[in-house]
Design a binder for this molecule. Sequence first.
Ligand code: SAM
Ligand code: DTB
Ligand code: SF4
Length: 343
Amino acid sequence: MDSLTPRHDWTNEQIEQLFALPMNDLLFRAHSVHRQVFNPNEVQVSRLLSIKTGACPEDCKYCPQSARYNTGLEKERLMEVERVLEEANKAKQSGATRFCMGAAWRNPNARDMPYILDMIKGVKGMGMETCMTLGMLDGEQAKELAEAGLDYYNHNLDTGPEFYGDIITTRTYGDRMDTLQNVRDAGMKVCSGGIVGMGEQPKDRVGLLQALANMERQPESVPINMLVKVAGTPLDSVDDLDPLEFVRTIAVARIVMPRSRVRLSAGREGMTDEMQAMCFFAGANSIFYGCKLLTTENPEESDDMQLFKRLGLTPAAGDPVPLENVARQLADATPDPRFYNAG
Ligand code: SAM
Ligand code: DTB
Ligand code: SF4
């Protein structure tokens, strides 16, 4: 099987071996895959909005929005549909192609669904891709969201299965898999990834990428978050992860999920331009743009514009190129300007 076709039989050992490659070999391999599937100079840009903030009943140890930790966060009720659409319009003006709406819920409840569905219809009507992250979904809710026009649903595995119980006790790994299956069955695209730098072992990063890659269909979008340490959460003083280990995680994600968009997600505010440049070379090709994530800081828009300029990057429209186009391109002597691997 060629390296551009997703495989679903990755073993722990194979993924460990990728992590253990000399850095230059790992980066070369990841980037070779990357530029055969994607234009390496395009980065997809999403805008994030917290539509319901704080007071979450779950106990995710990394999260400033859990009601169990005292983080000083001001809680907010579900935002009015009109305000959400105003924010979406601003996002569109600033060049975002996808609008992601996040709520600090264990799961959406019936009373909130009509508002959620109106938000989806409104944002979709503006011509942007829509994404939501609302917690666990049952099959019926997933169908309703899909019918309203939701393109992506974000639901992270967060970490490897062995470390998971150290981080969250209020829902299981299996619960997460069930939600992702409901999203798939409803015909939506899956956005699922995790967080590194939570004090996990290298084998847990391997376990996370293995669980994502070996799904029946790999997620179309894979956010890799660097933990944002928020005072008052149980992980607020965990040791920093070696930045090069983060870059390795991106590179391995690119190799094992060759056709997915890998998002350099939370934590960019703490990264240098040089580190981000390495991540883009290693295969990251999506970011959140705008000075706020859900509740924490993200780089200023003007800083990101400068970063794109320094690196010669341009914002991309959403989806990866279908495999048959790549095969045609590889066989074709005429270089397609979207690819830089010919000749
Ligand atoms: N409540 C919903 C849920 O957890 O499914 C949706 C919102 S939740 C905030 C979305 C994701 O944000 C989490 O799964 C986690 O991966 C990420 N996240 C939350 N806090 C974070 C932090 N401090 N650093 C990095 N990522 C974080
Ligand atoms: C994802 O993987 N990262 C985003 C998005 N999905 C919803 C959220 C990051 C949140 C960082 C902490 C905060 O701002 O509250
Ligand atoms: Fe709640 Fe989501 Fe935060 Fe967990 S990650 S505490 S479910 S908002």
